[in-house]
Ligand binder design. Structure first.
Ligand SMILES: [Zn+2]
Length: 462
């Protein structure tokens, strides 16, 4: 079966309209009506916090933000009193892999438009306005998904992606690699561009630039000796060409020791912190000096040992049998023991990053392995950030304004006039306790209030 994009849309058009009706979130985005969300605490996203403030939305955009008593309100504006609530920008996950996860399996067989939309809707449900899928998507197919989203035919969190690059026939972990190659075969698209020489690496980057894909993702990892590690002269050529053409080069690096040369080569960001071993003050300083960002990505190893299926915040979006599978067992505990030495090392690494004022960005690697769920894991990652010494305000910035800046999402991640009305409304203040990002009252994406109950009913149906 070939998943050409034209086919996908026709095949799924009926289902899409059902979804849109069911979710009530994607209709009439062209509306220019005014909506006032009033009497809120506003966490702007890049630092400031306003008390008793109001937001005026016009259609899909934030038109004004200010003290409630001072707002000029156009005639005919619909008003919603949200006294006691806190509003922050919808969050952004800067490292995920969409499309492969299914309720009862993981792999190429699940990769299709319906499943991608399901994943984007799961992000939306959990208060995310955008997600960066890191190098595992078929290029023409992913561009078509972006087009459908831009035209309002598909909703959910905004889909951003990178073109993957590695030595020929390599890249993701061996299990993932087999499935990515199968999706390439199914779609006839390219996911992974194999790099063999500096000259050919430059050509591959030019090809990506011509497709208007703004990022390349490079894998620099020998997977414990089972793959070839991308050679420095090749990644240097690819990164330099990306920078010359205005593309961001983001990297999966194997070890902290790989970071200095990759920084020197012009890397834009690291999708794994490698903060567990070998991360030094010197690396943190070099990261800052070259304006590179770091996605710590710690939940991936931590949450697989936790009984996350017993967490109601996750279970509310899972089919019962999946929640059961992720609940307490020999492998998963309510409070798994932590290695004190590792905890101390991570604390130190976060200290180095904080002292150097490094751009720390939220990213989860959700979808890269089975049962590292979309959206939910982002909230848990913020808990990990705070546990290792980030302030709640810094964690929120990592999930909003900083993530938007490094991904080039100029109208996302802040609550300011002109920004997209992608908003997370909470019952409690996350500045008091970062776990309050999980007390979701409502989510707006592009000015539309999501019907989260209807969404949960779809997610949990068998
Ligand atoms: Zn990844």
């Amino acid at each position: 079966m070939k998943l050409s994009c034209a086919n996908c849309f026709t095949r799924t058009a009926v289902l899409m309209s059902t979804l849109m009706f069911g979710l009530g979130a994607m209709a009439q985005s062209a509306s220019e009506e005014y909506l006032l969300l009033e009497h809120l605490r506003v966490i702007v996203g890049d630092g400031p916090v306003l008390s008793d403030a109001s937001l005026l939305l016009r259609g899909d955009t934030i038109a004004a933000v200010g003290q409630s008593a001072e707002m000029a309100i156009p005639i005919g504006t619909r008003r919603v009193d949200l006294t006691g609530k806190t509003i922050m920008p919808a969050m952004i996950d800067a490292h995920a892999h969409l499309g492969y996860e299914g309720a009862n399996s993981w792999g190429a067989q699940n990769y299709n438009l319906d499943n991608l939309v399901d994943h984007l809707n799961r992000y939306a449900y959990y208060g995310f306005g955008a997600v960066f899928s890191a190098g595992s998507d078929p290029d023409a197919f992913a561009l078509e998904l972006q087009r459908l989203q831009a035209s309002g035919e598909v909703g959910g969190a905004r889909f951003v992606f990178a073109a993957g690059m590695a030595p020929p026939g390599q890249g993701p972990n061996n299990q993932f690699l087999v499935e990515a190659l199968e999706v390439e075969r199914q779609t006839g698209n390219t996911i992974l561009r194999g790099l063999e020489s500096p000259e050919q690496a430059r050509e591959a980057v030019q090809e990506v630039a011509a497709l208007h894909i703004p990022f390349i993702k490079l894998w620099v990892d020998d997977r414990g000796g089972s793959q070839e590690k991308l050679r420095p002269e090749i990644y240097r050529a690819a990164i330099a060409e990306a920078n010359r053409l205005g593309l961001g080069a983001v990297v999966h690096q194997q070890f902290a020791e790989d970071m200095l040369d990759l920084i020197d080569a012009g890397t834009r960001g690291f999708l794994h912190g490698r903060l567990e071993e070998g991360f030094t003050e010197q690396i943190a300083n070099a990261v800052k000096q070259h304006d590179v960002f770091i996605v710590p990505n710690l939940g991936l190893s931590e949450l697989r040992r936790e009984a996350i299926g017993d967490d109601e915040f996750l279970a509310q979006s899972l089919q019962a049998n999946v929640a059961e599978r992720l609940s307490a067992s020999a492998q998963r505990q309510a409070l798994p023991e932590r290695n004190p030495q590792l905890e101390q090392t991570l604390h130190n690494s976060f200290d180095y990053m904080r002292n150097a004022n490094v751009d720390v960005v939220l990213g989860t690697d959700a979808g890269a392995v089975p049962y590292h769920p979309f959206g939910y894991t982002g909230h848990k990652e913020l808990e990990i950030f705070v546990r290792h010494g980030m302030s709640t305000a810094q964690a929120i910035a990592a999930a909003t304004s900083v993530a938007a800046r490094v991904l080039g999402l100029e109208d996302a991640g802040q609550i300011k006039p002109g920004f997209s009305a992608d908003l997370l409304i909470l019952d409690e203040n996350p500045l008091d306790d970062i776990r309050n990002t999980q007390k979701i009252h409502q989510v707006y994406l592009r000015g539309e209030l999501l019907d989260r109950d209807a969404m949960a009913a779809i997610f949990t149906a068998n």
